[in-house]
Design a protein around this ligand. Sequence first.
Ligand code: PLP
Length: 466
Amino acid sequence: MTFAKASCSPLHLRWCLLSSMTTDGTPLRFPPFAGIPLAPVPKGALTMLTTIPGLMDAVRARFAHVDSCPFTGPRVFFENAGGALTLKSAVETSGIYAAIPDNQGRDNPASKALMAAIDKAKADMRLFFNAPTGQVFVGESGTEVLFRLVRTAALGAAPGGILLSTTLEHPASRSAMARWAEVTGRRHVLVPHDDATGCVDAAAYLPFITPDVRVATIVHTSPVTGMAVDVGAIAASIRKLSPDCFIIVDGIQHASHGAVDISALAIDGYAISPYKVFSRHGYGVGWASDRLTACTKETVIGGPATNWEMGTRDTGSYATFSDVVDYLVWLGSNFTKSDDRRARLESAAKAIHGHEHALADAMVNGTGNLRGLAAIPGLHIIGGADNARREGVVSVWLEGKPSETVVSFLNDRGIRTHTRKADHYSGNVLTPLGLKDCVRVSFSHYNSLAEVAQFLTAMNEFTSAP
Ligand SMILES: Cc1ncc(COP(=O)(O)O)c(C=O)c1O
C-alpha cells in the first residue's frame, strides 16, 4: 500500500499518517513493527517485554532522553510518576503543529487538516478510555480538568447533600471538592484510607455512602503509595445508594500503567495528564458522561451544548495524544494477533502491567545476587513489600536518614528519583505514618532490569556505608 502520492507535501503526508488515512482516503493500517514476531504471552508469568526478542530496544528507541538527561548526562529515569518519558513522535508532532498559523473552523485545506487531526484525536481518546458515549476534551492540565468536572457536577447536582472524597486523593480532586462544597453550602466528607496498604477500598467508603451523596471523587491510583483502587467496586457501591451521584475519577497516575475502561465503570468524569502518559506538558484530557455534559457549564453563548472546550484549543495537543494511542496500539500488536485497535490497547496494558510488576518484584525482592529493598535493614516500604495493587511506584523511607540525602546520593550515581515531602501534596499519606518525607522510586514499562540492578547497587552502597 502507498501512504502518499509522490506530489504530497511532508506536512500532508504527516497529516495522512496522523489521520490514519492514505492520501486517496482509504484507511491506513499501522503495520506491526518489522522484525518482531507475534508471540503468545505465557499465562500467569511475570511477563516482561524482554520475552519478545528486540522489543525492549524497539520500545526504548521510541522515547526521547531514555537513558540520558540533556542537563546532566547519562541517567536512569525512575521519576516517571512526576512525568513519563516523551514519545519522539509526540515531540515531532508538536513542532509540526506549532508552526501552522491557520485556525480551526475555516474554509481552507490547512484548517480542515487541523480539524481532521482533532477529530482523529477525539476518536483515539474514546478508544483509550473505551468511552463510546459522553464527551472527550482537552483542558489546561489534569488538575484544571478535575476542577472543571467537579465544579460542573457540584453546580448541576440536586441541592443539599454532601460531597464525598478520600484522604488518599491528590490535592487536585480534594481541593476541587473542598472548594465547591464550600461554595454550594455542602459538607465535604473524607473517607479515611488505610495507612498499612496505602489504599482505600469499597468497604471503607461504605459507612459514608448515603442517598444524599451528590458528588464523589475516586483516585484511580495514588501517586505517593502507587496503589491502585478498585474504582468499579467503589462506584457501584455509591450508585446503589445514591443513583444520581456524579462520580469523578482522577486517573492521572493510573493512565500509563493499565487500561482505562470507562464503559465498565458507572462514572461521570475521568481526568488524565498526558505528560504522564508519554505525551507532553501543556494540556489535560477529560471525559464527561452525557448527563454531566447536560449540566450547565461555562461556554460561549450560542455554541454547541456539548462543548467542554474553552476557546481555541491547541491542535498539537490533540495530535500528540493520537501519537500516544498509536504507540500503545503498536505495542499491543506484539502481544495479540487481533487487529482491533482496542484489543491491542488492552494487550499493551497487560504487557505493561506484567513488565512493571516484574520490575517492582526485582526492586523489592532483589535481582541476581543483589539484595532487594525489603531485605535492607532500617528500610521501610510504604504500603508493604508485597502489595498486588502496586502500579509503577515503590516509596520507601530509611530510619535516621532524611530522604533528600538518599535522593541526592542516587542522583550522584546517575539515578533519578524524587523526595515526597509531608506538604500539601503528600502530607495526607505521610503525616499519618509519622513521616516527614519519603523517597519515591517510580518506573515505567521502558525501564529495564539492568536499571533496577543499578538502583539496587546504589541503595546497597548507601545503606552499607558507615
Ligand atoms: C493522582 C494525581 N492527580 C492529580 C495530579 C495533578 O496533575 P497535574 O499537575 O498534571 O495537573 C497528579 C500529579 O502528580 C497526580 O498524580
